[in-house]
Every structure is written in structure tokens, then in C-alpha cells.
Design a protein around this ligand. Structure first.
Ligand SMILES: [Zn+2]
Ligand SMILES: [Zn+2]
Ligand SMILES: [Zn+2]
Ligand SMILES: [Zn+2]
Ligand SMILES: [Zn+2]
Ligand SMILES: [Zn+2]
Length: 221
């Protein structure tokens, strides 16, 4: 296969990589963030090697000062340093084995995909923006249950929340249908076919139930 694109190096991988435009049909998973990869990407030049990176993952800064962890800068790790070679994400609660932003002092680990979640999300048909919180909406000892999937959102995990309506969801799936588009790909078809994180959330009608306010969240702002 002749390609004119120059090979580049990335410290996460010991073979050279080359620019690649990933098509949905290829069903590629990014080796960095473990999410579906469509659009601008880098691909290992060795044909027997299945290493791919989003362009955005390729370009992640080595150090990240993030609002979720103001105490210390976070460092990009290409694979977890824990004995299990996995980490539990302090944002979404799920495990990861690819890239993470890590604070070794606090053993704070976040998926690179979680770090880049937008501070507010809007959804079609939903009146209010949901705001990203670096914890569950309730900090007064009450359990907060996700208003979409009805599972608990543990106190330390991130959530999306509308204070007006006392409406909130888990970080993923429940609030946003698709991860933000990373660099426009050509095809409009972005349907997800791997039963990943957002499988259950595909067609939720998100309704902001303004009229049925859930009790005493009445402190005005
Ligand atoms: Zn990626
Ligand atoms: Zn390789
Ligand atoms: Zn995560
Ligand atoms: Zn720290
Ligand atoms: Zn949920
Ligand atoms: Zn609302």
C-alpha cells in the first residue's frame, strides 16, 4: 500500500504511525481512549498491528490542569501504572486500560474521554442546559439517583445536572447520546454498533419535568 503521508512517532507506541481517515464501517476502537473512532486518526504503519489513535488523542497534552482536580496537575499516562493494569475512572466509575489523566499523589484517574466532556450539554427537545458537576448533585448525605437510568450516582462521580428542575444524570449515556463530534467526518452516519457505553441510552426522550418538582430543592438563586 503506497501512502504519501509521512510517518510520525507517538510516545504511546513503538511503531511509527500515519494519518488515517477512519470510516464507520471499519469499526475501529481508539487504542488511547477506548471509544469508537470515526474521522481523523492515526494508524500504526505495521500491517499486523491494530493500533489506532484519534487525532485528538494523539494531540493530548502531557500535563493537564483540570478543574475537577485543582490541587495538582494531571499527567497523561499511556497505560495504567497499577498492578492490575487497569484503573477505575474517578469521573464515570468505569474501568479503563488505555490512556488516563492521573494524579499519582492522590491516585486520581480519569479517562481522557471523560476529561474532555463539555461543561454544559444541551439536548434537542430539552429546555435547559445540563451542567457538569465534578461530584454527584447532592452533597448533603442524600443519595442521588440518575433521572434517566434510576441507578445511584455515587457521591464522588461526575454528573450532569439542571438545578432548576433538580434533574440530573450520570456523566455518560444518560445525558448525551453521542460524544461530541471530533473533527467532522464525511459520512453522516454515526450510528454506534458496538454495545459500548451508550447502548442503553440511544433513544431516551429527555423531558425536563418542570411542573413536577421533586420536593424541597427550592433554594432560589
Ligand atoms: Zn481516542
Ligand atoms: Zn504498531
Ligand atoms: Zn471515565
Ligand atoms: Zn492530586
Ligand atoms: Zn444514569
Ligand atoms: Zn431543567
Amino acid at each position: 500500500m503506497a501512502s504519501s503521508k509521512p510517518a510520525v512517532r507517538h510516545p504511546s507506541h513503538n511503531h511509527p504511525l500515519r494519518g488515517h481517515k477512519a470510516q464507520a464501517e471499519e469499526e475501529i476502537i481508539c487504542s488511547g481512549c477506548d471509544l469508537d473512532l470515526i474521522g481523523a486518526a492515526f494508524k500504526c504503519t505495521k500491517s499486523e498491528c491494530d493500533y489506532f489513535l484519534h487525532k485528538s488523542c494523539f494531540e493530548l497534552p502531557r500535563e493537564n490542569r483540570h478543574k475537577s482536580h485543582p490541587e495538582h496537575p494531571l499527567t497523561l499516562l499511556y497505560s495504567p501504572t497499577y498492578e492490575s493494569s487497569a484503573f477505575a475512572c474517578d469521573a464515570c466509575g468505569e474501568y479503563g486500560s488505555g490512556f488516563s489523566y492521573n494524579c499519582s499523589i492522590c491516585k486520581y484517574d480519569v479517562h481522557v474521554g471523560c476529561v474532555s466532556m463539555p461543561e454544559t450539554v444541551e439536548r434537542q427537545g430539552y429546555a435547559h442546559l445540563l451542567t457538569l458537576l465534578y461530584r454527584s448533585p447532592y452533597q448533603n448525605g442524600l443519595f442521588f439517583n440518575c433521572d434517566e437510568c434510576h441507578d445511584n450516582v455515587p457521591d464522588n462521580l461526575w454528573s450532569y445536572y439542571c438545578k432548576k428542575c433538580d434533574y440530573g444524570t450520570h456523566l455518560h449515556s444518560c445525558a448525551v447520546e453521542e460524544e461530541p463530534k471530533r473533527g467532522g467526518g464525511g459520512s453522516g452516519n454515526t450510528s454506534r454498533n458496538s454495545g459500548g457505553r451508550s447502548s442503553a441510552a440511544s433513544e431516551f426522550g429527555l423531558i425536563c419535568n418542570v411542573e413536577s418538582s421533586k420536593g424541597d430543592g427550592e433554594d432560589a438563586d
